[in-house]
Design a protein around this ligand. Structure first.
Ligand SMILES: *Cc1c(COP(=O)(O)O)cnc(C)c1O
Length: 392
C-alpha cells in the first residue's frame, strides 16, 4: 500500500459498533467480569480505547514497536527523560526547542543529569562530544528556527558503537516526511500539537519506541507519572492525522515557493530552508526526508529587532502567533517570542539572528502568501508611521 492509503486505513473501524469515526470513550474505568478478567482495559490512566487507536496509529506510521500519547509534547519528553538516572548524560543538538532547552538546563540538572550541547549538523562534533556516560543522543532535524539538518543514519551508527540510545524529536517532519526508526533511532518524539493534529486546536504529545524493553519502561512512566492525553484530545489528533498527507504536501510546496521567492528579495540576508540547494546540508535532507517541511525562516540585511517587528506587525494573512503546523499561515519573531528565554550568547552561537523571522506556512494559495510577505517587506522602505513596541 502507498502511504496515503496506509495512513487512512491504519485508523480502524470500531469493532463493537461499526462506527467509522473512532468513538470517544469518555470513561475513567471499565467494568470487569471478575478480578483481572476484563476486555483489556482497567483504568483510563493506564489505557483507554480512543487513546490506544492514536498510539497504534503513530506506531504504525513511524514503524516502531509501541506508541504512547501524552497531554503535551513536553509531557512526552518528561516521560522519556524519566528513563534516565542520576549521573547519566545527554548529548543534545545545540538549538533544541525552547521548552526542551529549559527542561535540560533548569530541571533535569537538579536531578544530576548533565546535558552537553553541540552542533550535531556536523557529525565530527558528535563523535568529539560523546562520553562513556552519554545515555541519549538527542536530535531535532530540522531544528527550529534555523532549520539545521543532522544526518540521522550516520549518528545512529555512532550511538550504537557507544551503546547509547538515539532520540529524535520528529515534530517538524512527521513520519510522512521522515522516519527516524528505520534509520536507526530508538525513540521518536512528537509534539502532535503542530503538524499531526494540524489545526491549532489541541496540545498533545506522542512517543514511539523501537523495542519491548523501552516500551515496558515507558508504559510504566506514562501510567505512574500520569500525564496522559484525554480521549477527546486523542480523537482530535486522530481526526487531524486523517488529512495530514494532503495538508503537508500543500504546506511543503507553498514553503518551497516562498523560500525561493524570499531568496531573491533585496532586503533579505539569509533564507533558511532545507529544500534550497544553497542549504548547507541540503544533500542530507534530500536523502532522509521525502519533502522539506512547512517552516521557512529568514533574516534581514538590516539585522535588528525593530525591523523584524515592523514586518511581523505588517502581515495580514500570516498571523503573529507562537507554535506552527496549522492550516492557517503564521509567523513568529523568535528573539522576542518563542526563543526569548534562551540566553543571547546561546542564540547567537546557534546562528539565530535578531532579525530572524519564522514562517509556518499554511495551506492557502502560495501567490497570496507571497504578496502578503511582499507588502510587509515593502514597509521597510517606508518611514514608520506608528510607534513599534520593542518587547525586550
Ligand atoms: C512544540 C514543540 C515541543 C513541545 O510540544 P508541546 O506540545 O508544545 O508541549 C517539543 N519539540 C518541538 C520540536 C516542538 O516544536
Amino acid at each position: 500500500m502507498k502511504t496515503a492509503t496506509q495512513l487512512i486505513h491504519s485508523i480502524p473501524v470500531d469493532e463493537l459498533t461499526g462506527a467509522i469515526s473512532v468513538p470517544i470513550y469518555q470513561t475513567s474505568t471499565f467494568v470487569q467480569e471478575s478480578p483481572g478478567i476484563n476486555k483489556g482495559f482497567e483504568f483510563s490512566r493506564a489505557n483507554n480505547p480512543t487513546r490506544k487507536v492514536l498510539e497504534n496509529l503513530i506506531c504504525t506510521l513511524e514503524e516502531g514497536y509501541a506508541g504512547f500519547a501524552f497531554a503535551s509534547g513536553m509531557a512526552a519528553i518528561d516521560a522519556v527523560l524519566k528513563l534516565l538516572k542520576t549521573g547519566d548524560e545527554i548529548l543534545a543538538v545545540e538549538d533544541t526547542y525552547g521548552g526542551i532547552f529549559q527542561m535540560f538546563n533548569h530541571m533535569i540538572e537538579r536531578f544530576g543529569i548533565k546535558v552537553n550541547f553541540t552542533d550535531t549538523s556536523n557529525i565530527d562534533n558528535v563523535t568529539a562530544a560523546i562520553t562513556p556516560k552519554t545515555k541519549f543522543i538527542w536530535l531535532e532535524s530540522p531544528t527550529n528556527p534555523t532549520l539545521k539538518i543532522s544526518d540521522i543514519k550516520s549518528i545512529s551508527k555512532i550511538a550504537k558503537q557507544h551503546n547509547t540510545l538515539l532520540v529524535v524529536d520528529n515534530t517538524l517532519c512527521t513520519p510522512l516526511l521522515q522516519q527516524p526508526i528505520p534509520m536507526g533511532a530508538d525513540i521518536v518524539i512528537h509534539s502532535a500539537t503542530k503538524y499531526l493534529a494540524g489545526h491549532t486546536d489541541v496540545i498533545a504529545g506522542l512517543v514511539v519506541v523501537n523495542n519491548k524493553s523501552l516500551a515496558d519502561q515507558l508504559r510504566f512512566n506514562q501510567n505512574i507519572s500520569g500525564s496522559i492525553l484525554s480521549p477527546f484530545e486523542a480523537w482530535l489528533t486522530i481526526r487531524g492525522i486523517e488529512t495530514l498527507y494532503l495538508r503537508l504536501e500543500k504546506q511543503c510546496s507553498n514553503a518551497q515557493s516562498i523560500a525561493s521567492w524570499l531568496a531573491t528579495h533585496p532586503a533579505i540576508d539569509k533564507v533558511f530552508y532545507p529544500g534550497l540547494a544553497t542549504h548547507k546540508n541540503h544533500h542530507i535532507a534530500r536523502k532522509q526526508q521525502k519533502l522539506y517541511g512547512g517552516l521557512v525562516s529568514f533574516s534581514l540585511k538590516s539585522d535588528n529587532i525593530k525591523n523584524a517587528i515592523r514586518i511581523v506587525n505588517a502581515t495580514r494573512l500570516f498571523k503573529l502567533a507562537e507554535s506552527f503546523g496549522g492550516v492557517k499561515s503564521m509567523l513568529d519573531h523568535p528573539a522576542t517570542m518563542t526563543h526569548r528565554n534562551i540566553p543571547e550568547d546561546f542564540r547567537k552561537r546557534a546562528g539565530l539572528q535578531d532579525s530572524c523571522i519564522r514562517l509556518s506556512v499554511g495551506i492557502e494559495d502560495a501567490d497570496d502568501l507571497i504578496s502578503d510577505l511582499k507588502q510587509a517587506l515593502d514597509k521597510l522602505n517606508q518611514p514608520s508611521g506608528k510607534q513599534t513596541t520593542v518587547l525586550q
